[in-house]
Design a protein around this ligand. Structure first.
Ligand code: SF4
Length: 325
């Protein structure tokens, strides 16, 4: 299928400023490449600090990339200016974990939703009718039209934020931990709404989350990040069934599973990993996972960085256990 977005060698380094000079860099995203096909959900997972959120924001140029290319519908986003950038701002949207920060408390739901529509000069015949339709598509209704954000629950606010971005008819949406702040039952409802909307409008999602259960439920393909690097990419089902990278195995073995059958199966695969993730300021040489990896080979893993190679059809991994040194 056709890619809507291709990320090539993306880097985002944040300088650490000392009193007199730059003392180093946080290599938040360090040479990451992947593509997202039209109409699919691409999940991006990893522990906090792995660079997944920075990747999402850099793709949208909410943060300027240090280097690399971001090709969206054939255009390099890193080079867009003026009207073209405005076009991209409309086509590519983001939904944050905390919708409250993106909703103006003094605006009614109607105003919250119409504001970006007016900003982008989108003509609508009957604004009230338009907003009601949008509210209905996210599970709210006309009763909510002239209420204020504080009158809603967290889940409803997330729905308002969703209606607001749908108003611009985007094609690509970054969902950055969209339901992490919500109760499990509310979370499930919103995830289902997102799936329904995708089916109806053909949206492409980049779904960022530390919650593997949720990523499994949502994603067609996925990538696993560790300390600014993409260590495994492939079809989500395939990765959950047959994780290759030792770090992915470790992440999967940490998911709580309610089903006892599944849990026994997973326990067999369970893996112990020592320590906390090291800092992206001075990442370890070679494979960044080597200080924690039970399979690390001295003289290889601590010296040479493993490239991301295709092991099976569409399943990529960056680990010396699978590639030739
Ligand atoms: Fe472990 Fe070496 Fe593979 Fe890194 S390259 S994950 S250290 S075996």
């Amino acid at each position: 299928s056709e890619p809507i977005l291709e990320v090539k060698n993306l880097k985002k380094y944040f300088p650490i400023r000392g009193l007199f000079r730059t003392e180093g860099y946080v290599k938040a995203v360090d040479d990451v490449s992947f593509r997202i096909n039209r109409g699919e959900t691409f999940g991006l997972v990893g522990e906090s600090g792995c660079g997944k959120t920075t990747t999402g924001r850099t793709i949208l140029r909410l943060i300027e990339p240090t280097s690399g290319q971001i090709i969206f519908q054939g255009r390099d986003v890193t080079k867009l200016k003026g009207e073209e950038m405005k076009w991209f701002r409309r086509k590519a949207q983001i939904m944050f974990q905390d919708p409250y920060s993106s909703l103006n408390p003094r605006q009614t739901v109607f105003e919250v939703i119409m504001e970006p529509v007016r900003f982008h000069g989108i003509e609508v015949d009957d604004p009230e009718e338009f907003v009601i339709r949008l509210l209905e598509s996210v599970g709210l209704n006309e009763m909510h039209l002239y209420r204020y954000p504080h009158e809603f629950s967290g889940g409803q606010r997330q729905r308002i934020a969703l209606a607001r971005l749908l108003a611009l008819r985007p094609e690509f949406i970054v969902l950055d931990e969209p339901t992490s702040a919500l109760d499990v039952s509310v979370q499930a409802n919103i995830l289902n709404t997102l799936k329904d909307l995708q089916r109806e409008f053909g949206f492409t999602y980049l779904f960022i989350s530390h919650d593997l259960g949720v990523v499994k439920y949502m994603s067609h393909r996925m990538g696993v990040m560790y300390l600014g690097k993409l260590v495994e990419v492939g079809p989500a089902e395939e990765i959950f069934e047959n994780p290759l990278h030792p770090y992915t195995k470790f992440l999967l073995s940490a998911i709580p599973v309610p089903d006892p059958e599944l849990s026994r199966e997973l326990k067999a695969k369970r893996m112990k990993v020592e320590g906390e993730p090291p800092s992206p300021i001075n990442p370890p040489a070679g494979c960044r996972f080597h200080p924690r990896c039970p399979f690390a080979k001295a003289g290889l893993c601590d010296r040479k960085e493993p490239p991301l190679v295709e092991v099976e059809n569409g399943h990529y991994v960056a680990c010396w256990l699978y590639g030739k040194a």
